[in-house]
Write a protein of this length. Structure first.
Ligand SMILES: Nc1ncnc2c1ncn2[C@@H]1O[C@H](COP(=O)(O)OP(=O)(O)OP(=O)(O)O)[C@@H](O)[C@H]1O
Ligand SMILES: Nc1ncnc2c1ncn2[C@@H]1O[C@H](COP(=O)(O)OP(=O)(O)OP(=O)(O)O)[C@@H](O)[C@H]1O
Ligand SMILES: [Mg+2]
Ligand SMILES: [Mg+2]
Lengths: 289, 228, 289, 228
């Protein structure tokens, strides 16, 4: 065992160029994956910002007494899907319309009577922010006698759903593509190392080394390179993240880095890639030496 | 110990290197393998260390049948052999000492014995002073002696030597030959391919001569014929 | 010269594995650049869809005679920045409001008089669709006597400008990063080839070959590999494009591939990378053989 | 033609391979370079083909001064030499024929002359039949003869031969020696490092002997001393 480690150490330092280059290559490929992961994470983050806006609005019949509304509000707040209920009176609605809908500002200014109804704005809990749940809540609201109409921006909610699905699929596809690139690069690197040492390997076997003996240092070396490459990729991702965040003036809240377990995953992924790559290429090549 | 039975070897490119070769080498013999360049000497040795397999016929060595060897048995056979290759085959990235030690490490020798045994082998070939040199820092003859040290370091029961004196001056050559004789005296089978007629002439050892892959002279057989 | 080509041919076929692997690696790296290029192109495409919506709206004083408006429309259409002018009467404005602003549908239904003004909607030519130009046009419109107010969604236009700039910067940065990865990979590949043939090179020089003689086949080989890799990357990009387009049900109009000259650029980029990579690594290595 | 003036060579690892060596080889000489293994024979040759540079002193060969050679002059010098390396140094991925042809191609020889000249050289070393074989398909002696063919194919004015007969049987060795004698008879300087005392004994040619990097015997000088 000690011999194997000496072997790994020696083979690293006897071809420092080749060894560091292959680590850099692994790092670059995992860096690609990492960069995409960061973009994906932050895209998801932004989406959940948007998703917070998913709300159901219940317009009320004119003249509904305020007590009825207060009671109903409490009932609605008790729904498991509901995060909060906000009452918007007729006057508030008009005030808002004047501010938000600039084109109609003058029109509203001329009005003698307020044409806008009062409403309850209901925000859903995060896990219920999708089209199906919003529809369920809307149906339940329609059952209240004083409710004239319910809207939940169905289009908007459904579009959000679609974007979310698409983002997931694109993320998976691109992630897988980059992962493949990384595996190919690692395999090639190790294959080249094996080729580079073909003569040495054949001599070892002529002297009586078993396949396992010859293979072991390659596997350890591949794994080590994978780990080092993964760590390097993590470092580069972090540097990019900091650079981008400070360059764009984004705060740590709206633009996040990997969690420790995600960071561990990248390094672990490097380890796995290194091991798999070396297993495949050493195994295949040894048959031909 | 070693038996060739109607062995032929034809390489993939069509060269017929050995033709219907049969001979037996019992325990404890010293055999010279002679013949012109390209006669098939190295090919015979490469069959013995299972680098090549016979095209037909049977090669037996220390209980193994080379043609039928399983992959896992090849290293076992090779550990029982000490091979001196015609082109040395040293590991470029290791020093002379490490090259020799390697042959011991591979067999799983006890760690604390490796260093003294390695130095003893290097001393026997007169290279203790060059232990730390890398192959490319050694002269041709010095490389050859490292290869010899590696072959004998784990006291194998059979030593195959392919032209072990080709790059040596007279004194070194006699030293190496004496070394092989000493090893043989300890009971080891030594098969030595050589062009060196000075060594072969008047030798008490068995001589096997090849021509174009055929056995044309075997002192063991011919002497037996001579006796009435 | 003929000898050099034979040399290239031989060295390719004597290490078919190494040669094809390095081509694949070049292809993968250029494919990364290509994929990003496609996304960038189509993002820009989408943005220009959005930009088409940039319009300037001039609200008119109540009771402006239709003849005045028709004459003015013709004047405005003659502005160099203007693509088209569309007249929206008071009635049309109300009808639209009823359709588009669902929340207020009932409110408008109850109205006795139409509170909405008539307007001219002015679309700008593509090259003038940005905040500065829209403001210029707006100023000019304000000069007309019958124009009450002019809006051009300043916020929206400015945000679009910002997105466009950001997209450009991100595109450049990521593109450059991938380009760097590609150069590193190509350099490494060729460096490994050189290492792999170090013994051969040193023998050639011992026999009397000049540096130029030794270098030439490597340069040609590197260039060829670059071109082949570029072509392969182009093919893979096209396959991805077709797959994605058909999978997402996108038409060729809203989701475009590279123009022939862009495609040529990718291959040319491959050539350049191959040449530069081999120049650097051969040059550097030959000094040490 | 060749002149060593107080040449010493110490390798980076501290080995002093040559010590204060001075000699002159005029046009048209045949010189044997002898000495024990590690005496410095290959080192002398590697100075001559500008692989190494002297640590001190001056090495002159065909008008070039090795220590002061510009990078662009090295190939020019090497094209005027035919070198037979102790370890052959054949291109693994080329056939025997291509290996020999390569030495011609490098010099920019006319294409239509390359093939016949290559075959003539291979025929001279008795290897015409193995022209299409790759080095690893050749026996040790056959590889050595390919290396010899490559060295002589472009009729260089100087041939440096490092142990050119180490892997050859008696007949092939005599053939190669005869070949070098023929080449020398055509006016070529031949410097041959060898351990082969059979060749050196009673030779009419000059003998230079080294010991530990020092010149201990030079037949040209000593004979001159002997004459009254
Ligand atoms: N791998 C191979 N493929 C094809 N032919 C080969 C191969 N190895 C050897 N040969 C041929 O087989 C014949 C015998 O070769 P071998 O190496 O056994 O000769 P040898 O007796 O050792 O010669 P030498 O004294 O020159 O080393 C030669 O003609 C050689 O060219
Ligand atoms: N590159 C090198 N670095 C360090 N030492 C070297 C190097 N090359 C040769 N030597 C040492 O220099 C001395 C002379 O070596 P050289 O190869 O000239 O000997 P040689 O006379 O050719 O011997 P042989 O007959 O064994 O080939 C030896 O002691 C050798 O170990
Ligand atoms: Mg042989
Ligand atoms: Mg030597």
């Amino acid at each position: 065992m000690r011999l194997t480690w000496r072997e790994v150490w020696h083979s690293f330092w006897r071809t420092p160029l080749l060894s560091s280059l292959s680590i850099i290559m692994i790092a670059f490929s995992l860096y690609s994956v990492g960069l995409f992961g960061l973009v994906a994470t932050n895209f998801r983050h932004t989406l959940s910002d948007l998703a917070e806006r998913v709300e159901v609005v219940a317009f009320m019949l004119r003249g509904t007494p305020i007590e009825t509304i207060t009671l109903a509000s409490e009932d609605i707040e008790a729904f498991p899907e509901v995060l909060s209920v906000n009452y918007v009176s007729e006057d508030e609605a008009l005030a808002r319309a004047r501010v938000e809908l600039v084109e109609f500002r003058e029109a509203y200014e001329d009005l003698a009577t307020n044409p806008l109804p009062a409403s309850l704005e209901i925000r859903l809990r995060p896990q219920f922010r999708n089209a199906a749940q919003a529809r369920t809540v809307a149906e339940r609201l329609r059952a209240f006698g004083f409710v004239d109409d319910v809207r939940f921006g169905q289009d908007w909610v459904e579009r959000l759903d679609r974007i979310r699905n698409l983002a997931g699929i694109v993320g998976l596809v691109i992630g897988a593509a980059f992962g493949l690139v990384a595996i190919v690069i690692i395999g090639v690197t190790i294959r080249m190392t094996v080729l580079h040492r073909a003569r040495e390997i054949s001599i070892m076997r002529l002297v009586g080394a078993t396949n396992a003996f010859v293979r072991r240092p390659f596997l350890i070396e591949g794994t080590l390179r994978g780990v080092l490459g993964g760590a390097l990729a993590l470092g580069m991702s972090f540097a990019s993240y900091r650079l981008f965040a400070s360059g764009m003036g984004l705060s740590g809240e709206s633009f996040v880095f990997f969690t420790p377990s995600q960071a561990g995953l990248i390094v672990g992924f490097g380890l796995l890639l290194g091991l798999i790559g070396s297993l495949i290429s050493v195994g295949r090549h040894l048959r031909h030496v | 110990m070693i038996r060739f039975t109607h062995v032929s070897k034809t390489f993939p490119n069509g060269t017929g290197a050995l033709r219907d070769l049969s001979f037996h080498i019992p325990r404890g013999q010293f055999v010279f393998l002679t013949g012109h360049s390209g006669a098939g000497k190295s090919t015979i040795l490469s069959l013995l260390y299972a680098h090549d397999r016979p095209s037909s016929g049977e090669v037996k060595i220390s209980g193994y049948t080379v043609g039928a060897l399983r992959a896992s048995e090849v290293p076992k056979l090779r550990r029982r052999l000490g091979v001196i290759f015609q082109d040395f085959r040293l590991l470029e990235h290791r020093t002379a000492e490490e090259n020799v030690a390697f042959a011991l490490e591979v067999t799983g020798a006890r760690r604390d014995t490796i260093s003294p045994r390695t130095m003893r082998a290097l001393t026997r070939v007169g290279l203790a002073g060059k232990a730390r040199a890398y192959p490319k820092e050694l002269s041709g003859g010095e490389q050859q002696r490292v290869a010899i040290a590696r072959a004998i370091v784990n006291d194998p029961p059979i030593v195959l030597a392919d032209e072990p004196t080709g790059n040596l001056d007279e004194r070194a050559r006699n030293g190496v030959f004496q070394l092989l004789k000493d090893i043989h005296a300890g009971g080891t089978v030594v098969i030595m391919a050589t062009h060196d007629m000075d060594l072969v002439r008047d030798t008490p050892y068995r001589i096997v001569e090849l021509r174009e892959g055929e056995l044309v002279y075997d002192s063991a057989v011919d002497e037996a014929d001579d006796t009435p």
